[in-house]
Design a protein around this ligand. Structure first.
Ligand SMILES: [Zn+2]
Length: 95
């Protein structure tokens, strides 16, 4: 029983990782994992994909004052409308 449980856990590792890291494409990662995870290549792609990009569970997300889109607090320019968001940030760590 334990081995079946562990097998399922490993099979869904890419999806679990995607969800814990709040990956923006976590639903697609789950789909790839679910449909192609049985082939080692599909599972690897899903795993690498789930590790791509920043860890959104640790990244501070703010709303753009111009367009209302979600952007990382460390960005100084909105990725949606391209306008500066610096007036929102009294303190940026590491700058
Ligand atoms: Zn914007």
């Amino acid at each position: 029983m334990v081995f079946i449980f562990l097998g399922i856990l490993v099979y869904f590792l890419p999806a679990i990782n995607g969800y814990t890291r709040k990956h923006p494409k976590r639903d697609l990662i789950l789909l790839v994992d679910l449909l192609l995870g049985w082939s080692l290549i599909g599972w690897l792609i899903a795993l690498i994909w789930s590790y791509s990009g920043p860890n959104y569970s640790k990244v501070k997300i703010i709303k753009c004052p111009h367009c209302g889109g979600d952007i990382e607090a460390s960005y100084t320019t909105c990725k949606h409308c391209g306008k500066s968001t610096e007036e929102l940030q009294p303190y940026v760590p590491g700058q």
